[in-house]
Design a binder for this molecule. Sequence first.
Ligand SMILES: CC(C)(COP(=O)(O)OP(=O)(O)OC[C@H]1O[C@@H](n2cnc3c(N)ncnc32)[C@H](O)[C@@H]1OP(=O)(O)O)[C@@H](O)C(=O)NCCC(=O)NCCS
Length: 165
Amino acid sequence: MDFRLMKLKDMKKVRELELSCIREYFAEAIENKWESLPQEWKDNLGASSSKHFGPYLESGLSFVAEEDGEVYGFIFAQMLHHIADCDSLVWIENMGVDPMVRRNEIGYRLLRETLRAGRARGADVAHSTIQADNAPSVMLHKKIGFFIDRRSVALIDLKDPKLEI
Ligand SMILES: CC(C)(COP(=O)(O)OP(=O)(O)OC[C@H]1O[C@@H](n2cnc3c(N)ncnc32)[C@H](O)[C@@H]1OP(=O)(O)O)[C@@H](O)C(=O)NCCC(=O)NCCS
């Protein structure tokens, strides 16, 4: 398995894999509703969507795992500045591994590539978006040395027409 920087030619395969990981994670919530969800909403999902792919490609921190021309895993990350008391912070947006080849250290090695590249570029710290109930993801982050505390991110939908601010 090769671990290399993501390229433009990976977009289609990475898109398929990221969408299948998203569908897998939200399987219970969306059940069989996927087909009836608005296409525009689905098109904007994930870092591999056409709107978001470019910056993650250019970041130099997004990698794929490839063997015989097939992409088996991906990680999307970018560098952020002046956040959480850091000059430079690696923001890990999403990662995923093909279910057929999980538990072969592919996730671990992808994460390690991003962390090594970020450190080489001067990052002080890395933040990764994880869901507390996603055990494989939590265990993977712990294995590599992430510290998981009680912090979480509060969200507000600024485009909600009912929002009064
Ligand atoms: C999370 C994910 C990326 C892990 O990829 P992977 O290649 O299977 O993980 P690795 O083989 O590198 O595992 C590394 C460590 O993670 C932990 N881990 C991975 N899968 C696990 C599982 N199913 N149960 C418990 N721990 C698990 C283990 O500590 C493992 O080390 P070990 O094999 O020595 O016990 C993969 O399960 C996945 O794609 N899930 C769906 C998408 C997703 O949830 N992405 C995470 C968003 S942050």
